[in-house]
Design a protein. Sequence first.
Length: 107
Amino acid sequence: MKDIMGMMGKVKEMQSKMEDMQTELESMEAEGKSGGGLVTVTLTGKGVMKGVDIDTSLLKEDEGEILEDLIVAAHNQAKEKAEAAMQEKTAELTSGLPIPPGFKMPF
């Protein structure tokens, strides 16, 4: 019974830390670049796109498809960076808790 009470205390502490982490993720930004830096996409830690910067050299007629591909590539890179940061913060938060491998946190 003592182990359950100790675990419940850790869960409550973790819940508070998770709320702080959620706030931190909202203010964090991840940047993805493609085309040698010609396209830059900025996302929040929660994956909300905040900005797209496109070099004017890409704004030519008949290059729309290339530009679309570069935006998608930059977005995906930014998303990977944001997800990696979130996983790192989650790992720090849950260290020491007996969580099964592969368990996904609810966010």
